[in-house]
Design a protein around this ligand. Structure first.
Ligand SMILES: [Zn+2]
Length: 131
C-alpha cells in the first residue's frame, strides 16, 4: 500500500520528562529531556477529501499532543507501559505509535501511522515504522 501514491503529513508535540535506563552508562542516572515527537501519517492519494486534504493538520497535532499528555513532567519509568521495560526512546516511539494508531482509527480512518520520530535531544532521534 505504501507504494501507491500517497501523502505524508506530520505534526509535532513535545513534553518534558525524566527517565533512567539501568545498565546504560550515564543513562542509569536519573535525568530528564525535553522530548520531541513527530507523528507522520500516510494518506493514499485516492483518499483525499473533497477539499483536497488528507487529514487536517490540527487533527494530527491533537493526536500527537494527546498521546504524550500523560508523559508531561513524569518519571517515565513509573508509567504502566514501562513498568517492566525501561523507557528508551525506541519504546517511547512504539507507545506513541500504538496510541496514535488507536486514535486515528476513529478520527481519520483514511490515515495510518507511517512513522513516529522521537528526539531525546536535538541531536538524538529514533524513528519507529510500524510496517
Ligand atoms: Zn535519557
Amino acid at each position: 500500500m505504501s507504494r501507491d501514491p500517497h501523502y505524508l503529513l506530520s505534526a509535532e508535540a513535545g513534553f518534558s520528562a525524566a527517565h533512567t535506563l539501568p545498565g546504560i552508562d550515564m543513562c542509569q542516572r536519573l535525568h530528564g529531556h525535553n522530548w520531541r515527537v513527530r507523528l507522520t501519517v500516510r494518506v493514499p492519494e485516492s483518499r483525499l477529501d473533497g477539499l483536497g486534504m488528507g487529514v487536517d493538520f490540527r487533527e494530527i497535532e491533537r493526536v500527537a499532543r494527546d498521546v504524550v499528555a500523560d508523559f508531561e513532567h513524569r518519571y517515565l519509568n513509573d508509567l504502566p507501559e514501562f513498568s517492566d521495560r525501561p523507557p528508551t526512546a525506541e519504546r517511547v516511539a512504539k507507545v506513541v505509535c500504538s496510541r496514535a494508531t488507536e486514535r486515528l482509527a476513529n478520527l481519520a480512518p483514511a490515515a495510518e501511522v507511517a512513522d513516529v520520530e522521537v528526539w531525546e535531544t536535538p541531536e538524538y532521534r529514533v524513528v519507529y515504522r510500524p510496517v
